[in-house]
Design a protein. Structure first.
Lengths: 741, 154
């Protein structure tokens, strides 16, 4: 056990009404049943006792655990409550999970991004469960007049063996509240200053397979998503945004559209006034738009077609081709100072026995969450109620306070389950748009983007270009490594990642150019491209050295372990954990045997290590992935079945985008607008089998939603080379030409 | 606007809408059955898949005026208690990630098994290729369809 200081506010058990405790919610998700049995109905809780904001215990022993962070498909809504439940020591079948609203008084970092929900939440979630368990033990000690240390817990029950006394958590919570006298200060149970956390071998829920808590609702089509919200008196809203990046609103002719059936109003709207205090999360928000408000979605869509909007072109518009040229120039231009320099790269490269230089590119990508952007808002004179899919509710609330000129406490944000995020819903301008439109029409509205709106008003993955150089000495040792990366609005390079620290002469440079195209975080930002480029190049360098690509990498990790170059504290990876996943995937994939076209890759990001081996066949110029083996070190795995799902999803996502996807622009206008011209991976193109393995090392958990995506891009490229004898340098691989440049 | 009496999940529903309105929006906006999802509006993603009779169709391309007497089944009506073999297999394999496309996937898969109770891998891929999953749950979907096909009650 570990003793930790609690950060939970000092408070006692609080009685809440059964209704507030989730009477409706119980009917929805209790015991994952679609219909409640009569027995379940009879056993509905009469009272709930809120212990610390994270959890409520009912008189009958049911436990409601709040999942604090937004759910985008990374399944934190199952994993986070699992952590609380384990420390609380309850039976998982008695747990009801509820999505918490934005409430920073109780919860920390209510954000979905950077694969950090579990890593950052780990201690706080454990503490919430452990605190509640200790308070229940204190209540029992008091009620039974026995020392607290003699009381044990298991499966939601308290027991004092010596006296033979025992009670369920529900009974004890109930008793603890009843002891309090309304006119006296609470004398009884307060949150402890210190609690003991379980040791790893005491976990009963963490590390066991627990299925998605929303599974039964998903497979029966229950309203879970923002787009599913239908409130009394609610109207539907759509927007018209500029058709090209760089255009601004000029005028419109809405005469015909306004007269169409079901249309309530069409107006120009300023989403972000000049004095608005924007947050980073407002990203691609366009200041001025046209809004259409009507009775139904279809009617709004028809009016949108009839509406004529004119746009101004205040400055020259940009195209993919011009970005390509500009990135190429930027790649050749000197930088002011290197991001990192060890030894003397230029000298070592000039004196090397063998050298190699390669350049890699990737296009812009749209996020394309299956649920298009949407948000519900009901803004009245003294209150703003918003509900919808948002990865950054805290920042949305701040922007709303500024735009609506309303204090934070008058703004409520509920988070719905999200039909995908991938970074797109970090940028919550659609929530601001919904609020401003609701305020203007004086009615609750649900803003819905069409697919075309969604795809063409993106915060895209930036386009990138990167150049690598490497030099080997006469013994085929890697003595010189150079990387220079450039991107649109993004400088690409993580200078302290591998192979920094493993090569004597290392030089990393980076630069970026500004574009009017709005860009932002897209699943595993920067890593999603640089990993594929770096690990493809590594494969060629290993080949040049005449070495097996896994052995070549292991030699470098050995060097970084035994005799690291530069200050080892600066290297933001652990070479032994890196080597660990490579060794595991080597063993599991039976590397070195068989005659399949096979590639390997390894990468570290989001605090986790991933190594992959991929087998494929070529179908013309299209790779058909057969099998993937994936070894992962993300520390303690909370929910193995779900962890595998994340790994599989990242692999398929990475293969799909690297093979098929691109977003191009002409005169500022996105050239792909829907899934007929933006190609995503489909069933028949997915790998036939994916095998995932996790290192069991008891280290505190790290990121899992993103790390399996970046390296697979290179495992794919390296296997394609084995199949065809040709290296691929430019994504999407199916085109193998520079989409940018 | 015109009045239509539709047979949806075994119940008659009366709606008063423009005859060109796609069933997708009739279901969502008017009948308030929101399990059927909007994804693309041009029959490219499959999120809006429902059954027209026994066939899987994209409801975003099916005008309400074309439905007539034919039975519409949505995800809400696929089974009474969420226990269609496909739904059970989906839970057993823990298929969903974000879950948004899954109703469409399930409706395509259940229509497939109705006409072909024991599909091969290629037949599954061919029947399911119109349903995009952005989270990448394809391998588990295939496994779940096979699990359901091998269960007795299809």
């Amino acid at each position: 056990m570990t003793l930790v200081k609690t950060k939970i506010g000092r408070r006692s058990f609080i009685r809440t009404s059964a209704l507030a405790g989730g009477g409706m919610m119980v009917g929805f998700s209790w015991l994952a049943s679609c219909k409640m049995t009569p027995e379940q109905v009879n056993n509905l809780p009469k009272e709930w006792f809120d212990i610390n904001g994270f959890l409520k215990i009912a008189d009958n022993g049911l436990v409601t655990i709040m999942s604090p962070n937004p759910e985008i498909g990374q399944n934190v809504k199952t994993a986070m409550p699992m952590i609380v439940a384990d420390e609380l020591d309850v039976d998982w079948k008695d747990v009801i999970v509820e999505q918490a609203p934005l409430n920073l008084d109780v919860f920390q970092r209510q954000l979905a991004g950077g694969s950090q929900s579990i890593r950052h939440g780990w201690e706080g979630l454990r503490m919430a469960g452990a605190t509640a368990r200790k308070m229940l033990k204190q209540a029992a000690a008091k009620a039974w007049e026995v020392p607290e240390a003699e009381i044990s817990t298991a499966m939601g029950r308290l027991e004092h063996k010596a006296s033979g006394k025992s009670a369920g958590y529900g009974e004890m919570a109930s008793a603890a509240v009843q002891e309090e006298k309304p006119d006296e200060a609470p004398e009884s149970i307060e949150a402890p200053e210190e609690v003991e956390l379980k040791s790893i071998d005491q976990f009963t829920i963490i590390g066991t397979d627990r299925k998605n808590v929303d599974g039964p609702n998903i497979i029966t089509g229950k309203p879970l998503f923002g787009i599913d919200i239908y409130e009394e008196g609610m109207l539907t809203a759509m927007i018209v945004h500029p058709p090209a990046f760089g255009l601004t609103y000029k005028s419109m002719n809405a005469d015909e559209a306004k007269g169409m059936p079901g249309i309530k109003d069409i107006f120009h709207v300023t989403v972000y006034p000049e004095d608005a205090e924007k947050q980073w999360s407002d990203g691609g928000g366009i200041p001025e738009l046209v809004a259409i408000v009507g009775e139904s979605t279809w009617q709004c869509m028809q009016a949108k077609k009839a509406l004529q909007v004119e746009w101004d072109t205040p400055e020259a518009l940009e195209s993919t081709k011009s970005y390509g040229d500009d990135l190429s120039k930027l790649l050749e231009a000197p930088v002011e100072k290197p991001a990192r320099a060890d030894g003397d790269f230029k000298k070592a490269f000039a004196g090397a026995s063998k050298t190699i230089e390669r350049t890699y590119t990737a296009p812009f990508l749209a996020h394309n969450t299956m649920e298009p952007m949407n948000f519900y808002a009901n803004v009245t004179a003294d209150k703003a109620v918003l509900k919808g899919p948002i990865q950054t509710p805290e920042f949305l609330e701040k922007t709303l306070a500024s735009v609506l000129k309303m204090p934070l406490e008058k703004i409520d944000i509920d988070m719905t389950r999200m039909g995908g995020g991938f970074g797109r819903r970090l940028y919550g301008h659609f929530g601001v748009e919904a609020a401003v439109i609701s305020q203007k029409v004086g009615a609750p509205i649900k803003l819905v983007y069409s697919r075309e709106d969604d795809m063409t008003q993106g915060t895209y993955r930036p386009a990138y270009k990167v150049n690598f150089k490497a030099g080997l000495d006469a013994n085929n040792q890697l003595i010189a490594w150079y990387v220079k990366g450039v991107g649109t609005n993004d400088d690409l390079i993580f200078e302290n990642r591998f192979p920094a620290g493993a090569v004597d002469n290392y030089l990393a440079e980076k630069n970026s150019l500004n574009t009017k195209i709005t860009t932002g975080a897209w699943r595993a930002p920067r890593s999603n491209f640089i990993a594929g480029a770096e690990q493809s190049f590594m494969d060629e360098v290993a080949e040049l050295a005449g070495k097996d690509p896994i052995e070549f990498r292991l030699e470098l990790f050995e060097r970084a372990t035994s005799n690291p170059v530069g200050d080892p504290e600066k290297n933001d990876y652990d070479p032994q954990r890196y080597a660990g996943v490579l060794k595991l995937v080597k063993e599991k994939s039976n590397w070195g045997n068989g005659d399949k076209a096979r590639g390997v890759s390894a990468y570290y990001c989001h605090n986790s290590y991933v190594a992959q081996v991929l087998d494929l066949n070529m179908n013309g110029n299209q790779p058909q992935v057969d099998e993937v083996w994936c070894a992962v070190d993300c520390g303690i795995v909370i929910n193995p079945i779900s962890a595998k799902n994340q790994i599989e999803g990242g692999i398929i996502d990475g293969i799909g985008h690297a093979t098929f996807s691109q977003m191009t622009f002409e005169n500022g206008a996105p050239q792909q607008q829907n899934f007929n011209d933006y190609r995503l991976i489909r069933h028949s193109e997915a790998p036939k089998a994916i095998h995932s393995y996790f290192i069991d090392n008891g280290i505190d958990p790290t990121g899992l939603g993103e790390p399996s995506l970046p390296p697979i891009v290179a495992a794919l490229a390296n296997a394609m080379y084995k199949a065809t004898g040709k290296r691929v340098y430019n994504q999407p691989y199916i085109l193998e030409k520079e989409v940018v440049g | 606007m015109a009045i239509f009496n539709l047979n949806i999940n075994g119940e008659t529903k009366e709606v008063d809408v423009d005859p060109a309105t796609p069933m997708l929006w009739v279901l969502r906006d008017h009948v308030k059955l929101v399990g059927t999802k909007y994804g693309c509006g041009i029959a490219q993603c499959g999120a809006c898949t429902v059954h027209l009779g026994d066939n899987a169709v994209r409801s975003c391309q099916l005008p309400v005026s074309a439905v007539g007497e034919q039975k519409i089944t949505t995800i809400e009506g696929l089974s009474e208690n969420g226990d269609h073999p496909i739904q059970k297999a989906w839970l057993e394999i823990d298929v969903p990630q974000c879950g948004y496309c899954q109703a469409g996937q399930i409706m395509s898969a259940s229509a497939l098994l109705k006409r072909n109770p024991n599909p091969s891998d290629e037949e599954i891929e061919s029947a399911m290729n119109g349903n995009i999953c952005r989270c990448g749950t394809y391998t588990r979907i295939k496994k779940a369809i096979k699990t359901a096909a091998s269960s007795e009650n299809v």
